[in-house]
Ligand binder design. Sequence first.
Ligand SMILES: Nc1ncnc2c1ncn2[C@@H]1O[C@H](COP(=O)(O)OP(=O)(O)OP(=O)(O)O)[C@@H](O)[C@H]1O
Ligand SMILES: [Mg+2]
Length: 450
Amino acid sequence: MADARILVVDDDDFFRLIIAERLGGLGYDVGQAGSLAQARALVAEAPPDVALLDVRLPDGDGTELLAELVRDTDAACVMITAHGTVESAVAALKLGAADYLEKPFSLERLEATLASALERTALRREVRALRERFGRAGGMVGASAPMQEVFALIERVAPADSTTVLITGETGTGKGMIARLLHQLSPRAAGPFVNVTCSALSETLMESELFGHEKGAFTDAHTQKRGLVELADRGTLFLDEIGELTPRLQGKLLGFIEDKVFRRLGGTRDLRVDARVLAATNRELAVEVEAGRFRADLFYRLQVVPIRIPPLRERPADIPALTKTFIEEFNREFGKRIRGITPEALARLAQHRWPGNVRELRNVIERSVLLAEDHVLTLEMLPPELRDAGRRPTAVLDLGPEGVDLQALERSLLLEALRRTGGNRTAAGALLGLSRHQIRNRLRKFALES
Ligand SMILES: Nc1ncnc2c1ncn2[C@@H]1O[C@H](COP(=O)(O)OP(=O)(O)OP(=O)(O)O)[C@@H](O)[C@H]1O
Ligand SMILES: [Mg+2]
């Protein structure tokens, strides 16, 4: 790593100087600190790539700083321990230290340790960049636990180049986006992404769309035509609403997935195409199989890796970030300058059941941004069906034979309300019929805040 930043934290001035001089001579950018306080100030200025940390410092323990660096930065930490304190070194490794050096050590040993620590930092950065690319890939928002699970699955499946994936989820949950993401993160990213919406309109037309036709294959087939399957060669074929395919086409598709060959409508030649198949549906395909409307063999073939996208009401923690994203999007589109949303309005969004999922939320924000005259979205700007719903049920449970732990219940409802509103206390209060002040008191009561 060219001009890597090294931070040396040790209260022994002489030791520090020697190390700094040697590392400076090697072209590193070296910072020095004799105490925790000094070190923290330097870290705040610019986080190091590697930190050499003495365990015993005048104002505290080097492992404190170790924990902070592990938590907040990509820095690799090397602990410096006095002879015979290997135990504290082992403890430091458990806390996330990259390595340790036992005094006295040679400068050669220092350089070797440093080189491998720098490698580790570079690797950590790479992994994080990759993870960030996921979080934002294609503009997808999804910090909630259920969406993180979906992303983790995608991370594992995307590189498996020829695995078929079935994406399920209610309308508007983002199935189309996930399919695109899978393509972008696959080795086929440079190839075509072909999106086909299956429909039961006319079997012949659908077949010719998908597989193409030879001249004269049917009345209107005046010329030869290549199908979408062919256009997806070396890329991804995304079959949206796969539940709509007729049984015969389901059969033909299965043949294609298994053997990678097919024939154009009216054709006699086998054509070979290398395409990864992704499919999506908002129907319960298992039920369709049960009812005899969907071929079981195709279902199992598609189901190799199922990805279920949870409905928005199961991940309200995503609502604040989605709202922010959409406000920014429509600000750009309509040349507006909306800065945000009031806590009351956000609370209302967190309460809604969202049958149309993310698409419905996006539409609500689009409309509100368009109509907004102020610089902030308020309850009044939400569509009537949202504005007028805000009644809270007052009796959600009965006491039951064993009674309830009211404190535990209160605590968990409080946390859930905060989670749903992205930690906005006023909005969380609106969900619970409490003021911001009362929320704060309860946070203290449950020792969630001092
Ligand atoms: N996690 C997300 N982050 C940002 N935008 C999203 C997210 N999920 C969905 N959207 C947006 O919501 C809308 C609906 O998404 P998409 O069309 O992918 O859903 P779908 O599940 O394919 O819906 P349908 O079943 O109706 O085809 C799109 O405008 C999409 O950009
Ligand atoms: Mg879709």
